[in-house]
Design a protein around this ligand. Structure first.
Ligand code: GRF
Length: 205
């Protein structure tokens, strides 16, 4: 399966996907890394491993349609079959979502449908979880639709919250399980084992 990864930040999830491919666990290849930030850590990782990169930012285009067209041109040129959002902080243009319906996944550092939505990223998520008094948090892999963090949930894993938990300690625990479940969810897609019906997605064995 030809995967395009979109990332804005340090790229540890991107690296976990590359590790799973290298280990022979994930039958796929990353055909391009797209970032809105030319100096993102994820871009450095791609360059160091000779994975094609593409810097595409809304600032380079006069409209969302023009950005979408540029993205679709790259995706088509690289024969992209599946899109992975690995810490991509911008909204994916509607035309791209339409073109890749049910073929775009994202990872979120909490148990959706709670603690998601516009502006809920990074430390804000973990601070909100701790302020709520929840006793568990976790990571969610979900399909991407037109709204932030709303598409069908594909996979989740929980972590326990301990009494002296801090946003930093919780972020570290959650990141660890993100690196476990993201490649696994992707593997299920690559093997054609994900069924989607309306708001529900599930993995068959
Ligand atoms: C992760 O916490 C992920 O859940 C969120 O963005 C962060 C990206 O981290 N969507 P990294 O760039 O993969 O290290």
């Amino acid at each position: 399966m030809n995967i395009a990864v979109f990332a804005s930040g340090r790229g540890s999830n991107f690296q976990s996907i590359l590790n799973a491919i290298d280990a022979g666990i994930l039958p796929a290849q990353v055909v391009v890394l797209i970032s809105n930030k030319s100096d993102a850590g994820a871009m450095e990782i791609a360059r160091a491993q000779n994975i094609p990169t593409q810097h595409l930012s809304q600032k380079m285009f006069s409209s969302e349609e023009a950005l979408a067209k540029a993205m679709l041109d790259v995706l088509k040129k690289k024969q992209t079959e599946f899109i992975v959002l690995a810490g991509y902080l911008k909204k994916i243009p509607a035309q791209v979502i339409r073109e890749y319906r049910n073929r775009i996944i994202n990872i979120h550092p909490a148990l959706l449908p709670l603690f998601g939505g516009d502006g809920m990223y990074g430390h804000r998520v973990h601070e909100s979880v701790l302020a709520s008094g929840e006793k568990v948090s976790g990571a969610t892999v979900h399909l991407v639709d037109e709204e932030y963090d709303r598409g069908p949930i594909v996979m989740q894993k929980t972590v326990d919250i301990v009494p002296d938990e801090t946003p930093d300690s919780l972020a570290a625990k959650v990141l660890k399980i993100e690196h476990e479940i993201f490649p696994l969810a992707l593997k299920a897609f690559a093997e054609g084992r994900v069924k989607v019906e309306g708001r529900k997605a599930w993995i068959t064995s």
